[in-house]
Design a binder for this molecule. Structure first.
Ligand code: COA
Length: 333
């Protein structure tokens, strides 16, 4: 009987390097409140956001991704040509095809790496980490670049009250590779497409083709439903990720959830039962909700602020439009 060879990779992986690029401008609440009849106080109280980072008009998702990726690759201490796969998690790359990942790989000189985009919204980074970990351990790739990048300001309606004022532009990148010890725990992930209407692009491309009077498509959400889902349904997922890694909440040094809303973050901390000693990432206050970029951005922030350090055990969880979610415990680079 003919048998096929199969590949096997190293037993363990870890994050070898991290890089971020925030949109060039810190946009305060006051700059956005008029068309939505809101106030700086309301936005601070209900979301925790004081400023959100937004990119210049001529800065693209790929520009942000390239800046973040170059730093991640440098910190990993490898050459771009050693990257075997590039995963770009984004919902704001402005073409249906080709994907942004091949373009990014080419700019970085990471050719001929496999390159593909993931559309998993605010869970996109954790989806990417789960895939990169699996690709390396299976032997399909030795080094994987995972980038969560968004230029959401291209897809907001300034007059929309449901989501526009929350969103920002940024990219966060990591290189995943082989490790002597486990640096990425099992990914716990899932979806609930029955709730796909809760966060979405308001009109499909076909609807716009049929009705030329429709405006350029932008994002909308049913805030209160998303708030409840994220606050109460995501803590059990986070607990499963802790358990899957063979740990308890007491073992966690840093909690790095998707930066959607400060009140969601506080509620999750309570629901998971994280001890008070755990450092909780709150980059949302200055960066806003940058979807797929928010977790690596918040990771960079706790490291830069010196409240967390290399080697710390971090619980990360992403959740959003789909609905989709993913969580894992990682060792900080
Ligand atoms: C968006 C969010 C802040 C809105 O807060 P909320 O308390 O749920 O808001 P509601 O829609 O229930 O409205 C409550 C009140 O605030 C008002 N309101 C809603 N949006 C407002 C805004 N942007 N500015 C000022 N007032 C606003 C409503 O008119 C309503 O007023 P009323 O009580 O006089 O009728 C909140 O739902 C949220 O953060 N959800 C999670 C969404 C998220 O982070 N999604 C990202 C993807 S994971």
């Amino acid at each position: 009987m003919t048998t096929l060879n199969v590949r096997r990779g190293p037993e363990f992986t870890r994050i070898l390097g991290l890089g971020v690029a925030r949109g060039e401008n810190a946009v305060p609440n006051d700059a956005l409140i008029e068309p939505i009849n809101s106030s700086d106080e309301w936005i601070r109280k209900m979301t925790g956001i004081v400023t959100r980072v937004r990119a210049n008009e001529d800065t693209s998702v790929i520009d942000l991704s390239e800046r973040a990726a170059r730093d991640a690759i440098a910190q990993a201490g490898i050459d771009a040509s050693e990257i075997d796969a590039v995963i770009l998690s984004t919902i704001s790359y402005p073409r249906i095809t080709p994907g942004g990942a091949p373009v990014l790989a080419d700019r970085l000189g990471a050719t001929p790496a496999a390159a593909f985009d993931i559309s998993a919204a605010c869970a996109g980074y954790c989806y990417g980490i789960g895939q990169a970990d699996a690709l390396v351990r299976s032997g399909a790739a030795r080094h994987v670049l995972v980038v969560g990048a968004e230029k959401l300001s291209d897809f907001v309606d300034p007059a929309d009250r449901s989501i526009s004022y929350l969103l920002g532009d940024a990219a966060g990148a990591v290189v995943i590779g082989p490790s002597d010890a486990a640096g990425i725990g099992p990914t716990v992930w899932g979806s609930d497409g029955s709730a796909s209407e809760l966060i979405k692009q308001d009109h499909t491309w076909l609807e716009i083709r049929e009705d030329r009077d429709l405006p350029f498509p932008t994002l909308r959400q049913e805030g209160p439903s998303v708030f409840k889902w994220a606050s109460f349904r995501m803590a059990p997922v986070a607990l499963q990720a802790i358990e899957a890694a063979g740990l308890t909440p007491d073992d966690i040094d840093v909690f790095i959830p998707h930066q959607a809303n400060l009140r969601i973050i506080d509620q999750m901390v309570k629901q998971i039962g994280l001890p008070e000693s755990v450092v909780v990432a709150k980059d949302i206050v200055d960066s806003g909700n940058t979807s797929a970029a928010s977790i690596p951005l918040a990771t960079e922030r706790v490291l830069r602020d010196g409240v967390a350090k290399s080697g710390d055990i971090a619980l990360q969880i992403g959740f959003g439009a789909g609905l989709v979610y993913a969580a894992q415990v990682v060792v900080l680079p």
